[in-house]
Design a protein around this ligand. Structure first.
Ligand code: AMP
Length: 278
């Protein structure tokens, strides 16, 4: 497995590839959710293609009071996971190579970013889109894989690729959960044992609510269950259209029930489908 630590090393490796290159962008602290993305990438790449995982804790997608410095960076463990999953190359750029000190161009999405995480994390999706576009330009993948756990991120990246005619095929990968159904996340490491024991109630709240037939009933039910979790504070809880992320009014279009909850120091996000009901 190659370790490519500069843009020029990445570009020269890329230059020798003539078949599919599937990129899996990550911020490291890899877990079995990331492993599922890598396996999906391997399948898309096929026996002649290549899989590249990028590991970069992107400073521009963190707000001033967020966890950029505290974000876990267990590089040796990450490399071992990539090697075990048959990754061909890991791209490990340095922040100073990615962002010039006088950089003055960035990307902005102006509709889907105005809700959910975009509302509580101003500038976050601009940071995400800018780094994803840069990674696409540097690595020139034919395909890229993203997780449905970050549903809004996936929707916004699909929109960027559509609106800018970027020739990269985007694949979404279903959310991977722990055995108690808590969505796997690098940020679960921030949970105290007490909060960790409560955290699966977030998914349970969404799951139970999603069976109800009216959207107000779905929201009321989830709100009630989430409010009953000791130490939890709801950042947002919304039913949105699956593709446009516009508020969902009824169960005649495919939707997503999405939540962000503070549990102690951790801000956990999750979402589940709200399928069309007959
Ligand atoms: P991150 O390293 O958290 O930025 O995530 C990198 C990629 O992994 C993103 O596309 C995430 O949506 C995806 N991902 C993270 N956790 C999960 C999970 N539990 N299930 C599926 N995909 C995930």
């Amino acid at each position: 497995m190659k370790q490519l630590r500069s843009i020029s090393a990445m570009r020269s490796w890329r230059g020798f590839l003539s078949n599919r290159l599937v990129l899996v962008p990550t911020m490291g602290a890899l877990h079995h959710g990331h492993a599922a993305l890598i396996r999906r990438a391997r399948k898309i790449a096929g026996s002649n293609g290549s899989v590249c995982v990028s590991i970069f804790v992107n400073p521009t997608q963190f707000g001033p009071n967020e966890d950029f410095s505290a974000y876990p960076r267990p590089l040796a463990k990450d490399l071992a996971l990539c090697r075990a999953e048959g990754v061909d190359a890991v791209f490990l750029p340095k922040a100073r190579d990615i962002y010039r000190s006088d950089a003055s161009v960035s990307l902005q999405e102006s509709t889907l970013s105005n809700t959910l995480c975009g509302r509580s994390r101003p500038g976050h999706f601009s940071g995400v889109l800018t780094i994803v576009a840069k990674l696409f330009f540097i690595t020139l993948p034919t395909h890229a894989v993203f997780g449905e756990k970050d549903w809004q991120q996936l929707a916004i990246i699909r929109r960027m690729v559509r609106d800018l005619d970027i020739p990269v095929e985007i694949a979404g990968c279903p959310t991977v959960r722990e055995t108690d159904f808590l969505a796997a996340s690098s940020r679960n490491a921030y949970l105290t044992p007490v909060n960790r024991a409560q955290a699966p109630r977030i998914f349970a709240a969404l799951k139970n609510a999603s069976a109800l037939s009216s959207i107000p009933a779905v929201i009321r039910s989830a709100q009630k269950s989430l409010a009953a979790i000791p130490g939890a504070r709801i950042d947002y809880l919304e039913a949105v259209h699956a593709a446009t992320l516009a508020p969902l009014r009824n169960r005649k279009s495919p939707g997503r029930l999405a939540v962000a909850v503070f549990l102690g120091k951790a801000r956990l996000i999750d979402n589940i489908p709200l399928p069309v009901l007959p």
